[in-house]
Structure formats: C-alpha cells, structure tokens
Design a protein around this ligand. Structure first.
Ligand SMILES: Cc1cc2nc3c(=O)[nH]c(=O)nc-3n(C[C@H](O)[C@H](O)[C@H](O)COP(=O)(O)O)c2cc1C
Ligand SMILES: *[C@@H]1O[C@H](CO)[C@@H](O)[C@H](O)[C@H]1NC(C)=O
Ligand SMILES: *[C@@H]1O[C@H](CO)[C@@H](O)[C@H](O)[C@H]1NC(C)=O
Ligand SMILES: *[C@@H]1O[C@H](CO)[C@@H](O)[C@H](O)[C@H]1NC(C)=O
Ligand SMILES: *[C@@H]1O[C@H](CO)[C@@H](O)[C@H](O)[C@H]1NC(C)=O
Ligand SMILES: *[C@@H]1O[C@H](CO)[C@@H](O)[C@H](O)[C@H]1NC(C)=O
Ligand SMILES: CC(=O)N[C@H]1CO[C@H](CO)[C@@H](O)[C@@H]1O
Length: 427
C-alpha cells in the first residue's frame, strides 16, 4: 500500500523523487572516519562554547544580560511574571554576579558603618526576603526588602504592574502584597543559621552577612489595620533584630489612610511610638522614614521639622508618584492606569523634594536618594543635592542583572578619582 502510494507520489512530483535520490546518494558516499572526526570537532567546539558562555554568563555586567536576557524576559513575560521569574532566578542563584570589588573611592560612611559603594536596591523588588544573597551578588551594597506587613495580605487584583517602555518607567498598584512578618522572619533566620553552619558558629557583625554591606527591612501596615503605629511597632520588634536598618513608610497612594500620615502631629505621634519600641531592642538600629515625592514645599518643610525633632536616622526620598508628568510619551490608556509611577520621569520631582528637605533637615540626618536613577550621572546629581547614597529599582527592570555594576562603574568614571563622600551636598 505504502509503496504504491509513494510510487504514485513520485509519478505525481518529479522534483520530490529527484531530491530524495540525491540525498540518498550523498549519504552513502560519506566516509565513516572523517564523519566521526567532524562530529568530534563539532562536539569539542560545542563543549568549549558552552564552557566559555557559562563563564561569560556569570559576569553580571556582561552585555548578554543587558541586551539579550533582559529584553527577552520583557518580551516573553508580563511585568509581574517577569518580576516573579527574576526573584526565582535570584533565589536559586542561577543569576550572574560581580567579579570585582568596587574602587575604594566609592566607599560610603553611613549609620556608623561603611558601604563599599553608593548603589543600593530600593524596596518592593524583594518584598518577602527571598533573594537577598542573589541581590548582594549583583553588586548592590545595600538591599532593602519589603514592604513587609504584619499579617500576610494578597495585595490588589492582577494586573497591577505595567511597563511604560517609551518612558522606561513603570506604574504599579501591587497594594502591598506580602507574605507577612512571620514568614519573612523565618527566611531571615534560616539565612542566618546557614551562615552559622558554614562559618563554624562565628557571630556575624551585621545582618547583611557581607563586608561593608547593609540589609534593610521596609515595614508596611496591613490594609485593614486601623492603627498604623501598632503595625510598624510589631514589624520592628519582629524583624528589627534581623535587619541593619529599618524603614517605615509614611506614603502610599494604594493603602488607604497612609498619606494622611504626612501630617505633623500624627506623624510625630507615630514616630514617637516607633522610636520608643526601638529602645526595647538589644541594639540601636537605625530608623529611616520613606516619603512620597508628591509633597508641596510647605509639606516638606513641616515633615523636615518633625523628623528632626523625632531624631530619626535617615529619610528615603522618595517613593513612587501618583502624578503623571506631562513629559510621558506612553499611550494615554497606559498612563491612565492607577498606581505609583517610577523611573526617569520621577527624577526631577524627587530631586527638588530632596533639595528642600536637605535645606530644612540639618546635617545630622542621612538622606537616601531614590527615584529614576539609571546612570552614574543621575546618582551623582542626587549626591550633589545631598543624598549620602542612592537606591534604584525601575532601571533594573529595563537594564537587567548588570544595572548595579553599570551604575557603579559610571559613578567611578564620573568621579575620576575623587571620593564619593567629598561630593555629597556640594551643589
Ligand atoms: C513594582 C514596584 C513595587 C514597589 N513596591 C514598594 C514597596 O513595597 N515599598 C516601598 O517602600 N516602595 C516600593 N516601591 C517604590 C520603590 O522602592 C522606589 O521608591 C520607586 O520605585 C522609585 O525608584 P525607581 O525610580 O528607581 O524605581 C515599588 C516600586 C515598584 C516599581
Ligand atoms: C553612631 O554612633 C554614635 C556614637 O555611639 C551614636 O550616638 C549614634 O546614634 C550612632 N548612629 C547610628 C545611626 O546608629
Ligand atoms: C558585616 O558582618 C560581616 C560578618 O561578620 C563582616 O564581615 C562585615 O565586615 C560586616 N559589615 C559591616 C558593614 O559592618
Ligand atoms: C510603604 O511605602 C511604599 C512607598 O512609600 C508604599 O508603596 C507602600 O504601600 C507602603 N507599604 C505599606 C505597607 O504601608
Ligand atoms: C509609595 O510606593 C508604593 C509602592 O509603589 C505605592 O503603592 C505608593 O502609592 C507610593 N506612595 C505614594 C506615591 O505616595
Ligand atoms: C493634621 O492632623 C490633625 C489631626 O488629625 C489636624 O487637626 C490638622 O488639621 C492636620 N494638619 C494638616 C496640615 O493637614
Ligand atoms: C494587625 C492587623 O491589622 N492585621 C490585619 C492585616 O491584614 C489582614 C488581611 O488584610 C487582616 O486580616 C489583619 O487583621
């Protein structure tokens, strides 16, 4: 039957017969030894290629990560899946790492500690403390996990994160999805036990478990909570012992009521309660406050006044913005999504809030710059405006795994031998 139909096909299509005949002929003629030899060469080249590529892959600043893997992830996955994928990859350490230490002129003295570079990761990327070591490996000198809420909560319905590629920006309304403080506590303790096991019971001097690096925990409040101070106190007492810095949030458009905290008397009462709780911890842990960029000059002045009198250790300027700058180039539908906007369109606004704050808050309180930083020049602009070091998030969404190192190298090039500490507040 089959033979018959094949013959029919041959009769029907002369070209087919011709091709199959040539193919058969050439295969028969190929001598067996050169074929093996050829396969051996191909095999050796393939193994060599895989080994070379594997080594190349481990370099976080390799062009591959910036121009191939990161765009590919953005092409294939929506914003939240890409985020989840990145966390999983960092958790299982299949991500690249830094192969050289930063130059000594990038050192930052802050919170009675030293950071080996001024480039940190902002809150919201590793919300549940799953990928801390992978993130330090990427070259961040400071990693802020969270926001962690006291109880687990799911956040807003999906979709809740949107990329605005034309603006290299992001809009998110995650709404503080969190595993909750207890689960994060378990992860932080497991990480610490891992350190004890591999370092024969040596007590680490800090919770980053790295030389000249700091681990911060950003605390949030539950959506349904009626007492934000109680939520922050609970977070501080639970997670504070496992952090080098604690950050509390006094701005959020997605958590009802949080923006109201940016009011002098309520803010003072909140900070007093949190600082009182801090005194119960065995170590004095630096406490920072994170503010929104959507503040008028009088509001910033009043916040500066409260933070100064409460004696917080630092201020992170700033969170995402609820505003939509006129310069946005993305489609109207996309721009209109509810949520906080992050990335370069935020930078000028944040810088101007930072300048007003710096002028009003005195020199004892550290300012950490955050918002739209995607180059060494941006980081230096923040330092000149008064930031002791900087954090980023959105530029890593577009720049991939090598972003921290790229910015670190660009800062070193811009500084041209000067010390980072010498340019702070010089504008
Ligand atoms: C997807 C996403 C989630 C975020 N989640 C949090 C959060 O949980 N807590 C927080 O304090 N800030 C959060 N942020 C704000 C960032 O920490 C940062 O302040 C802001 O994005 C500005 O920096 P950037 O322009 O470098 O991203 C989030 C930002 C993004 C883009
Ligand atoms: C740094 O140390 C000094 C002196 O011990 C102390 O007064 C100050 O509060 C510390 N600062 C921080 C941020 O811990
Ligand atoms: C943090 O602790 C580790 C482990 O003890 C230590 O090597 C490192 O120098 C410490 N880093 C800072 C910034 O204190
Ligand atoms: C923490 O602050 C960030 C930014 O200010 C905000 O997005 C987030 O909702 C806050 N989280 C909580 C739980 O308050
Ligand atoms: C602070 O950041 C969080 C996370 O992006 C966001 O939900 C919140 O709206 C921001 N708060 C502002 C812009 O006041
Ligand atoms: C701040 O809050 C207090 C108490 O809720 C209120 O009386 C006061 O008017 C508020 N101030 C501003 C500037 O909103
Ligand atoms: C302390 C507190 O307010 N906890 C709340 C946190 O959020 C969950 C879920 O939204 C609530 O069930 C808790 O009561």
């Amino acid at each position: 039957m089959l033979k018959q139909s094949r013959a029919g096909l041959r009769r029907f299509n002369g070209t087919f017969r011709h091709i199959s005949a040539t193919r058969k002929k050439s295969t028969y003629r190929r001598p067996i030894v050169p074929l093996r030899f050829r396969n051996g060469v191909i095999g050796a080249l393939a193994v060599g290629g895989i080994v070379t590529f594997s080594v190349y892959y481990t370099y976080a600043d390799a062009a591959f990560h910036r121009f191939v893997s990161s765009p590919l992830v953005r092409l294939l996955l929506d914003a939240e899946c890409a985020h989840r994928f990145a966390i999983e990859a960092l958790k299982y350490r299949i991500t690249p790492w830094e192969h050289s230490a930063p130059p000594p002129n990038l050192e930052v003295k802050v919170f009675n500690s030293t950071l080996d570079s001024p480039v940190g990761l902002a809150a919201g990327f590793d919300k549940n403390g799953e990928a801390i070591d992978g993130l330090f490996d990427l070259g961040f000198s400071y990693v802020e996990i969270g926001s962690v809420t006291p109880e687990p909560q799911p956040g807003n319905p999906k979709p809740r994160v949107f990329r605005l590629p034309e603006d290299r920006a992001v809009i998110n309304r995650y709404g503080f999805n969190s595993d909750g403080a207890v689960k994060v506590l378990v992860r932080l303790r497991q990480r610490l036990y891992g350190y004890y096991r591999t370092h024969s019971g040596i007590m680490p001097r800090n919770n980053s478990l790295r030389s000249n690096r700091l681990l911060a925990v950003n605390l949030g409040k539950n959506k349904t909570s009626t007492d934000e101070a109680a939520d922050y106190v609970r977070g501080l007492l639970t997670l504070g012992p496992y952090a080098d810095v604690v950050v509390i949030n006094i701005s959020s458009p997605n958590t009802p009521g949080l923006r109201d905290l940016q009011n002098e008397s309520r803010l003072k009462a909140l900070l007093d309660q949190v600082l009182e709780a801090r005194s119960q911890l065995p170590f004095r842990i630096p406490l920072c406050v994170k503010i929104a960029p959507d503040l008028s000059i009088p509001e910033v002045e009043s916040i500066a006044h409260v933070l100064r009198s409460a004696k917080v250790d630092g201020v992170i300027v700033a969170n995402t913005t609820v505003a939509r700058p006129a310069t946005l180039r993305s489609e109207p539908d996309l721009k209109a999504e509810t949520g906080g906007l992050s990335g370069p369109p935020l930078k000028e606004k944040t810088l101007s809030v930072l300048r007003v704050l710096r002028k009003n808050i005195g020199n004892d309180i550290t300012i950490i710059g955050c918002g739209g930083i995607s180059s060494g020049k941006d980081a230096i602009a923040y330092a000149k405006a008064g930031a002791t070091f900087v954090q980023l998030y959105t530029s890593m969404i577009y720049g991939g795994a090598g972003t921290a190192l790229k910015i670190r190298d660009e800062i070193a090039a811009e500084l041209n031998g000067r010390k980072w500490m010498d340019i702070i507040g010089t504008e």
